[in-house]
Design a protein around this ligand. Structure first.
Ligand code: IPD
Length: 269
């Protein structure tokens, strides 16, 4: 079994276990533990507990690996840390949906090689699990992207009515005006637009051909590590483009080949 295949199987197991814990905690009631970068940017007790569970599990299975998690940042999985593999984890992507009881949230687990900087890493394996729907999206480098045991392919061309797109908005209100202007430009090629509220699911849906394209400025590495691999393994394209606005983090664009260039050019104008 290749290293990527081993990492894949572990990512899938952990995403399922962590998702089950998140789902169980949801039924018990959600407590907001703190706000982070902005008032709208929340962390729940469950985010922290699920991330800790994942870290402990990885510590048992792969103690030498690195870890980059939404709630705890970058660190070795346990002591040491001498392997080239880093786990990039969003314990609950779509935390606001989770807190409001909207069943669109996911555990996102990715294993990458080459460090914790997305500019330099190579994603080897990833899993995105939505415990509310039971859908498990997973991919291995050069091994394809899958929803359970069904192989995924991005859309080749949007329908005549236009592309079904999705986007998201960062938590910083200062960037909302430019984000909305970008949506306006993208609508010129769209039949409609979705704001699902969990970047990992947006990317999984592009991989599955449920969306023709997705764009969002300001994603963090854990938001897209697994989802970007799903998209490229399903035959799509994923890019991050630096924006001239100093406050803004890069713009991520993901789409099938038929819409990618047009979407990239409209959203980076
Ligand atoms: C957020 C979600 C959301 C996206 C934000 C992300 P979180 O992740 O993916 O859809 O618009 O940019 O930060 O905070 O729920 O893990």
């Amino acid at each position: 079994m290749t290293l990527a295949a081993q990492l894949h199987d572990l990512a899938v197991d952990i995403a399922r276990e962590a998702g089950e814990l998140a789902r169980r905690r949801r039924t018990e009631g959600v407590a907001i533990a703190a706000t982070k970068s902005a008032l709208a940017d929340i962390v729940t007790d469950a985010d922290r507990e699920v991330e800790e569970m994942i870290r402990l599990r990885l510590g048992e299975e792969r103690p030498g690996d690195g870890f980059l998690g939404e709630e705890s940042g970058a660190a070795p999985v346990s002591h040491g840390g001498d392997s080239d593999v880093t786990w990039v984890i969003d314990p609950i992507d779509g935390t606001v949906n989770y807190a409001y009881g909207i069943p669109s949230y996911a555990v996102s687990v990715a294993a990458v090689a080459g460090g914790s900087d997305p500019e330099h890493w190579e994603a080897l394996a990833g899993a995105v699990f939505n415990p509310a729907s039971g859908e498990l999206f997973h991919a291995t480098r050069d091994g394809g992207a899958w929803l359970h045991d069904v192989r995924l392919t991005v859309t080749a061309e949007p329908a005549a009515a236009g592309a079904l797109l999705a986007t998201g908005f960062g938590y910083d209100p200062a960037t909302h005006a430019s984000d909305l202007a970008r949506v306006g430009r993208a609508m010129t090629i769209a039949r409609d637009i979705r704001r699902i509220g969990a970047a990992s699911l947006d990317l999984a849906f592009v991989a599955a051909g449920r969306l023709d394209g997705y764009f969002e400025r300001g994603l963090q590495p854990w938001d897209f590590a697994a989802g970007a691999l799903l998209v490229t393994e399903a035959g799509g394209r994923f890019s991050r483009v630096e924006m001239p606005d100093a406050a803004a983090r890069p713009l991520a664009v993901a789409a099938g080949p038929g819409v990618f260039e047009r979407l990239l050019s409209l959203t980076t104008e």
